[in-house]
Design a protein around this ligand. Sequence first.
Ligand code: N7H
Length: 441
Amino acid sequence: SLNLTDIQGDILIGMKKNKELFFFFGIENATEFKAKLKSDILPLVTTTTQLLNVSTQPTTALNIAFSQTGLFALNITDNLNDAPFAGGQLADIGNLGDPGTTNWVPQFVGTDIHGVILLASDTVDNINTELASIQSKLGDCITEIYSLQGAARPGNEQGHEHFGFLDGISNPAVQGFQTPFPGQAVVPTGEILVGEDGDSFSRPAWAKDGSFLVFRQLKQIVPEFNKFLLDNPIHIPALTPEQGSELLGARMIGRWKSGAPVFLAPLVDDPVLGADPTRNNNFTYVLPGQTVANTTDQSKCPFSAHIRKTRPRADIGLPETNNHHIVRGGIPYGPEVTAAEAASNTTTIDRGLAFVCYQSSTAAGFQFLQNLWADNTQFVHSGVGFDPIIGANQGAQRAVSGLDPTNPSRTITLATDFVVSRGGEYFFSPSLSAIANTLSV
Ligand code: N7H
C-alpha cells in the first residue's frame, strides 16, 4: 500500500482550500537553500495523510515542486526521463498550440523559475502570514520571480470555474487508494506516481512517489464567451433562445453548468444529476442498447466536447487502460466579471484558471491531452475539429463540428480563443523522503 505520509498532499487528493497561492522562485544560494529546505520547509510540507483528515489539516497547507533548472541548481543531475520536464514548458510551446509567447506572463518566458511553493488556506491573510514567515526564514537564498493568487469563486459559484461550469467532478481514482464512483476512471498507481506499478520509465530511486506537476495560467475571456453563446443559440422548437444558448455552452464542455453530463441530459440541465457523484460520471459514450461507442452519433454529446476530447472513454475502447489520465488540481484566479465588462462584452481584467495537473509522464499526460487530443482536429474521428474550450491553433481560428445536434455535420468556426494560454512551467513534486535525503543534501 502507498506510503501516504511520504507523498505530497496536493497530488492525489488536492489541498481543497478556497484560496491558493502559487509562489514561483529562483534559488540564489544552493548551499543555504538546501539547509533551510531541510530545517524550515520540509516540516511544513503537507502530506496526503494530513489532508485526509480534517482534524490534521494545517491552517495553511504547503507543497513544493522543482523545475529541471531548479534540480540542476541543487546539483541534482539524475535524468528523470521526462522530456517535456527536462526541456521546460517554453521549449515545449510548439506542442501546445500557443501562438508564441505574446500572451505569456513574461516571467514564464525563460527557464529562470527553479521551483514553486503552493500555499492553500481558507483566507488570503493566512497565506500571506505563512509566506512572510517562509520568506524571513529563507532570506536571500531565494528570490520571488512571480506569484499568482488563486481563489474559489464566491457564493453559489464556489467550485465553478469562470465560465460558470462545475469543476473538479471527474478525476481518476488511483488503484488501491480510492474507491471509484461509478464511471470514474481507475488507473494504476504508477500512472500518477513515479516508480509505482504501471510506471514503465526508468527513474532514479529517489524519484519514487513523486509526480510531475504541470502549471498553466489559462486566461478565460468570459464576457466574450457569453456573447458568443448568446449570438449562436441552438435552434430547437422546444427551447427558448436562452435555453438554446445554454445548450451550445453545455455541448462545448460536455456538461451543463451544474455538472450534469450532456450525454445523460441531452436537452436541458438536470441539477440533481449534476450534484450526484454516484450518477454524474456514470456514462461511457456507449448509447443505450449498444455495446461499443457509436462512431457517428453525436446527438447526446459532440465528439469535440471538452470532456470527451480529454477523456474519450469508450471512444477509444473499454476498459480504459490507456495511460492518458491526469489528476487535475487547479483553482480559478482573478475577480468576478464586472458590470462594465459584461455590458461591453469585453474582458479588461485577467481572470481564468490556475491549471494544475499531476501525472507520472508529462508526455503521456498533459502534453498528450493538449497536443494529440484537444488540438488534433482528426481526434477522435476525422473532421471532429478542435476542443472548443482548450483546443488551440496558434491563435488562428478553430473549426469545431458536432456542436449543433440538429445538424451534426455543421462546422462552427471560432474566431477567437476563449481560453488564452499565459504560459507556465513543468515541475516535479518530490516525496518528502526525496526532499530529506536527496534534494536537501
Ligand atoms: Fe478541463 N471548463 O470549464 O470548460 N474541464 N478545463 N482541462 N478537463 C473539465 O469533469 C476547463 C483543461 C480535463 O474525466 C470540466 O471535473 C477550463 C486542460 C479533463 O470526463 C470543466 C479550462 C486540460 C477533464 C472543464 C480547462 C483539461 C476536464 C468538467 C481552462 C488538459 C475530465 C468538470 C481554462 C490538457 C474529463 C469535471 C473526464 C474536465 C473546463 C483546462 C482536461 C467544466 C475552463 C488544459 C481530463
